[in-house]
Structure formats: structure tokens, C-alpha cells
Design a protein around this ligand. Structure first.
Ligand SMILES: [Zn+2]
Length: 364
């Protein structure tokens, strides 16, 4: 008998089968899908140390024990369709993990230690109750697939996640997103699904290539669903009934048609320089070297990248905003674009005025 791969799904197990212990260290893969297992016992972690693949989808698990960190060879962990409410911090010790499926559980948050899963390629956390995604996840630079659908309380996804270097597929449908990223990795990203987020008020122009026919229209905005106003800045646009929402980090949202906006602030220049010389915002300095607020801004990365190609300068606190509509376009979609300076904004509008019409707006 080959103990390397055990297919023990759909067997009506009411607890982790003790028979597994006889196979012990020979087992590399175990399928225990759709049983009624309520907990993973300590011996499982101590004795099944060679495991590379576990599928426990569709059981009754309420937690993952801290000892999961003993399974150092684990490459795939599928505990989808359980009743897990929280994850252990020790999950971050599974450095060989490439696939993590946590969909259809009851998670309200992810531990920041998920950022230590340096080999992670696929993360599925759809159908949970997540209200935020930790920015530390952006340290997982090998992520290719990120599935966040159906997390009703999720208002925002860290901008940095959209610029992960290997990213191919992101889906965050049916959440409650109020803001989308102003910069995405357009080199590798092939699919970006954002259907049915009814609190979105505008689309950053950088996302236009991912839009599809019949994409959720902005006149479907449900104002009642726009919560937490203290997170945002608001803008009135003459072409729209609803207010447009922008990140609170943008302390200065400037209009290119009102002159005198070229000079960057010292804070902005410092953030840009520090970020350019860091590894995606990971600063190799003691935290005491920088004020906490600046340190956090660097960790979270820029709010946007200047929309005037090839400038590509980071924008942290201060940007020139353009609100535009495509001239020959039936859909009434308002696109937003941020620039690092008036010069960049003027250049972009000069080259793009045949395709886009500029809209008037006022900061509230
Ligand atoms: Zn620029």
C-alpha cells in the first residue's frame, strides 16, 4: 500500500482518524475533504511532519492550533469551508507554503504574520468577514493569485498589494470597497475583478484596461453603504450627483488649473527619497530614526504613482488630481488620475485632450 498519498475524503470521519498514525512519517499528501472533523489533535502535527499537502475542506474546524508551525514541509493547506474564526500567528512559520485556502470560514482578520509566507503564490480568503487586509501581505512577493471575494465589511485593500511583482489574478467582488488603487502592476496582472462593490465613486484610470462591458456603473452607487467618512476626503464633481471619495492620506489634492502647485513639501520629498531607496517600503533603520507617522506611510507605500508616463514618481501626501471622461464613450464612467506635479498634469492633458474631457471638481 502506498502511504504517500491518502485519499480519505467523504468517509464520515467524526474526528481525525487514528489510522493516520500508522502511516505516520510516510505520508506526504492527505485528502480529508467533507468529513466531520471538529479539531486537529496535537499528535497530527508532531507525527505527520513530512506532509506537503493537506486538504481538510468541508469539515467542522473552529481553529488552527499554534502547532501547525511544526509542519515545516507543508506546501498546500486547504482548510476552506470550515468554521475558523482566527488564525494562529505561527502560521507565518510555514515558509514552504505556496497555496493557502481559507475561503468560506468566519475570519474577521488575518494576522500580520501572513507576511512571512515568502513563498506564497495563491491566497484564497473569499467568503469570510474580513474588514481589512494587512499591509504585511505585500511582503509575500511571490503571490500570483489573490482571491478576496465576498468579504462584506472590506472597505479598502492596501495599495501595495496591487503592485506585487508576480501578480496575475486579483478578485475582490461583492465586498464594500470605497477606493481602488491608483497604480497596479500592469506588466503581469491579467485579471482584476471588482464587480459589485456598490460604494465605488470613481475608477482610477490605471484600471481602465481591466474594465469589462457592463462593468458595474457608477450610478449604482449606494450612498448608505459608504461608511467611515473619517478615512476619506471628499470631492464634488459637477458631472455627478454623488461625492467622490479619496484616500485621507492625500492631505493636499490640488487642481492644476489653479496655478502655483509645483513645489513639493519637504515631507513629500523625504517620503519619496526614502521609499525609492528602500525595498518596497521596508526600511532597514531602527524605527526610532523616523517619526512613527512617516514610518507607517513608508510601510504602506505610496497612494499613487504619477499618471504621466514615464514620470512614475511616488505620491504620498500631495497630488494634482485630474477627473476625466472618455470623449467617445457611451458609459458615464468618471476616471481619476493623480500627478506628482502641475508640469506632469499639464503634459498629460496636452497629449490626451483628444481622448478625454476634463471635469471640474471642488474639494469639500
Ligand atoms: Zn510626475
Amino acid at each position: 500500500m502506498n502511504f504517500g498519498v491518502l485519499h480519505w475524503s467523504y468517509r464520515d470521519f467524526r474526528m481525525m482518524p487514528e489510522e493516520l498514525r500508522k502511516c505516520g512519517q510516510e505520508v506526504l499528501e492527505v485528502y480529508l475533504k467533507e468529513n466531520f472533523i471538529p479539531a486537529i489533535p496535537a499528535w497530527f502535527f508532531e507525527e505527520m511532519v513530512r506532509l506537503k499537502f493537506i486538504c481538510l475542506a468541508g469539515n467542522l474546524l473552529e481553529e488552527l492550533p499554534e502547532q501547525i508551525s511544526l509542519l515545516v514541509n507543508l506546501e498546500t493547506l486547504d482548510v476552506s469551508q470550515n468554521e475558523i474564526k482566527a488564525l494562529p500567528k505561527s502560521l507565518g512559520c510555514l515558509h514552504n507554503l505556496t497555496v493557502l485556502k481559507l475561503n468560506q470560514n468566519m475570519l474577521t482578520h488575518l494576522p500580520q504574520e501572513v507576511g512571512q509566507l515568502v513563498n506564497l503564490e495563491v491566497l484564497d480568503v473569499s467568503n469570510n468577514r474580513l474588514n481589512e487586509i494587512p499591509v504585511e501581505l505585500s511582503q509575500c512577493v511571490n503571490i500570483k493569485e489573490l482571491i478576496l471575494n465576498d468579504n462584506q465589511p472590506l472597505v479598502q485593500i492596501p495599495q501595495k498589494l496591487f503592485t506585487l511583482p508576480q501578480l496575475v489574478y486579483v478578485s475582490a467582488e461583492r465586498c464594500d470597497l470605497v477606493l481602488l488603487p491608483f497604480a497596479v502592476n500592469t506588466v503581469s496582472l491579467e485579471v482584476l475583478k471588482l464587480f459589485n462593490n456598490h460604494a465605488l465613486t470613481h475608477y482610477p484610470l490605471a484600471l481602465e484596461k481591466f474594465m469589462q462591458p457592463n462593468y458595474d456603473l457608477l450610478n449604482a452607487v449606494e450612498l448608505k453603504r459608504i461608511r467611515k467618512p473619517f478615512y476619506h476626503r471628499e470631492i464634488i464633481c459637477e458631472a455627478l450627483q454623488t461625492k467622490l471619495i479619496f484616500p485621507a492620506d492625500l492631505t493636499a489634492i490640488l487642481d492644476r488649473r489653479k496655478s502655483g502647485h509645483n513645489a513639493s513639501t519637504l515631507v513629500e520629498i523625504c517620503l519619496q527619497k526614502c521609499y525609492d531607496q528602500s525595498e518596497r517600503g521596508v526600511i532597514h533603520l531602527p524605527t526610532t530614526c523616523l517619526p512613527v507617522a512617516l514610518y507607517q506611510k513608508l510601510q504602506h507605500g505610496p497612494v499613487a504613482i504619477c499618471g504621466s508616463i514615464p514620470c512614475g514618481k511616488s505620491i504620498f501626501t500631495r497630488g494634482i488630481l485630474g477627473l476625466v471622461k472618455r470623449r467617445k464613450h457611451a458609459r458615464p464612467v468618471i476616471f481619476s488620475i493623480l500627478f506628482c506635479s502641475k508640469i506632469c498634469a499639464d503634459l498629460w492633458f496636452q497629449y490626451s485632450c483628444d481622448d478625454f474631457s476634463e471635469l471640474n471638481w471642488t474639494l469639500i
